[in-house]
Design a protein around this ligand. Structure first.
Ligand SMILES: [Zn+2]
Length: 85
């Protein structure tokens, strides 16, 4: 399994096994986010889906999740926020 230096946690870890989405964000996540952080996002995403009752066939719901995903993965959002130098 190839390793990457993760943009979220800063550690060199296993890459996620496949590109999750066929869009620009999916490619960026695949290239820059480790499998452990991706797993954390999937848990957070499920909480958001449950909390807001999202329907994933709904384009607005997808847009909402992509926005949160980008923040979670690349902007230090979500739980476990680390101080940014
Ligand atoms: Zn990571």
């Amino acid at each position: 399994m190839p390793v990457i230096t993760c943009a979220r946690c800063g550690q060199t870890r296993d890459q996620m096994p496949f590109r999750p989405f066929q869009n620009e964000l999916g490619l960026r996540a695949y290239q820059q986010i480790c499998n452990a952080c991706w797993g954390e996002w999937l848990k957070t995403q499920q909480q958001l889906i449950n909390h807001y009752g999202l329907n994933l066939r709904d384009q607005q719901a997808k847009t909402f999740l992509f926005t949160h995903m980008e923040q979670f993965l690349f902007a230090g959002g979500g739980e476990g926020v680390k101080s940014k130098e």
